[in-house]
Design a protein around this ligand. Structure first.
Ligand code: HEC
Length: 402
């Protein structure tokens, strides 16, 4: 007989394993793609004997105790090599592990992770349908845009996508918990990126190989579109990584305007990537990186939650009352012996069983339950705004006394 505790325990291991695989495959994918972007931009003019063989770019490097000689052909080698490495499974396996992780956490665990009854009282199946449907819809919109004339106007394309992504984040934030909305935006961008490999880059490469094998001139159009898709992926990498990581930091997704912050972070991330892209081509424009950094600092200042004023926090809580409040609203999960059915081990190791444990964590309690409404998780224990204000006042007084 498999009981609830065992199920939760095994599902935690599965989640850890999938997360691990997702990160490892993503490192392989992004790492390879960073390497090839760098490679293309660092190629030098080859000596004549190489040129005569059809080589247009030459590069020497040293790594791991050995010399590497790399040659890029203008078109193709005279004869096809026996082994040609393709670099596609990095992308596919990142997508597959990501899809499994999303399914396990947010769809199997829809009640705990996806549905926020204070926003929309959805049944699990409704919420899952909206989640999957929105990803599919977003993906189709991107694919339609790639096939439209808009593809030829890089900057406009980027800005239109930025606006759409921000609207997507806003829409989902009306229906789902704030974290779930963020992760769906990351999943959408990641899916479009994997789609670029599957639907654009791979077919173009297969066409190229076919043409070389048959000794005919390859059609340049698919290769051009593949290059553009690959550029989109390049600009999306930093924003998508940032969105994925920010899922553990409630000052982003947990903010009242979390969806707008996401748009701003995507813009800043893309802008920072632009600096590195130009630099690889020998164009160094430090002000791009500086302005990205400045914009980031401005964002940081703008979104800072207002500190709690003790005078506005209502009737003062006594120490006993404050600890009791934290225990009532938080210790169903954050305890050595949780009573919550889903979170059967104290999440993130945070435990509020004793007064000293509560006191030791006032900064983090304030960050998660007063300045943002990130905790209680999905407000499962129904903490009120008044309780948050009172707790904030108590925390502020504790600091004053020390
Ligand atoms: C329904 C279960 C549940 C309740 C109730 C709950 N939490 Fe959590 N808490 C979680 C989960 C799940 C995480 C892990 C989230 C993550 O991965 O970022 C967490 C993480 C935390 C963290 C650690 C975040 C970090 O810095 O790593 C803090 C602090 C926290 N909760 C505080 C609170 C406070 C304060 C309350 C009560 C006001 C509360 N929690 C109520 C489930 C709960």
């Amino acid at each position: 007989m498999i009981d609830a505790q065992l199920t939760a325990y095994l599902s935690d291991w599965l989640s850890l394993l999938l997360r691990f695989l997702h990160v490892v495959t993503a490192i392989a994918w992004i790492g390879a793609s960073f390497y090839f972007v760098w490679l293309d931009n660092a190629l030098e003019e080859p000596p004549k004997w190489k040129k005569d063989k059809g080589i247009k770019g030459d590069l020497w490097s040293i790594h791991g105790g050995g010399f590497y000689e790399i040659a890029k052909y203008t078109l193709a080698p005279e004869a096809m090599p026996k082994h040609l490495h393709w670099f596609k499974w990095e992308a596919y396996s990142t997508w597959i592990t990501g899809a499994l992780l999303l399914t396990l956490l947010y769809y199997v665990g829809a009640n705990s992770y996806l549905i926020d009854p204070s926003k929309a009282d959805l049944t699990p199946w409704q919420a899952i349908a909206i989640g999957v449907g929105s990803l599919l819809g977003g993906f189709l919109i991107y694919e339609a845009a790639v096939r439209s004339p808009l593809i030829n106007h890089g900057l406009t394309f980027g800005l239109v996508m930025l606006v759409l992504v921000t609207l997507f984040a806003w829409g989902l934030n009306q229906l789902f918990g704030a974290r779930a909305a963020y992760i769906h935006v990351g999943a959408l961008i990641g899916s479009c990126m994997a789609g670029n490999v599957l639907l654009g880059i791979m077919p173009a490469q297969r066409g190229l190989v076919e043409a070389v094998k048959r000794g005919v001139e390859p059609d340049p159009k698919p290769a051009l579109i593949a290059k553009l898709r690959s550029t989109h992926n390049n600009y999306a990498t930093l924003p998508v990584l940032f969105i994925m990581l920010s899922n553990h930091y409630p000052m982003t997704y947990g903010h009242e305007y979390g969806w707008l912050i996401l748009g701003a972070l995507a813009l800043i991330g893309g802008w920072a990537r632009h600096f590195f892209n130009l630099r690889h081509r020998g164009i160094v424009k430090p002000w791009i990186l500086v302005s990205a950094l400045l914009a980031f600092c401005v964002l940081l200042i703008l979104v800072r939650p207002a500190p709690v004023a003790i005078s506005n926090s209502g009737e003062a809580l006594t120490n006993t009352e404050a600890v009791a409040l934290v225990q009532k609203r938080c210790a169903t999960c954050h305890s050595a012996t949780p009573t919550d059915k889903v979170f059967t081990a104290a999440p993130s190791g945070i435990i509020f069983d004793r007064e000293d444990q509560v006191r030791g964590l006032i900064d983090r309690i304030e960050a998660r339950a007063v300045l943002t409404h990130d905790m209680p998780f999905m407000n499962k224990t129904g903490m009120t705004d008044e309780e948050r204000a009172k707790l904030g006042g108590w925390i502020a007084r504790q600091r004053q006394q020390h």
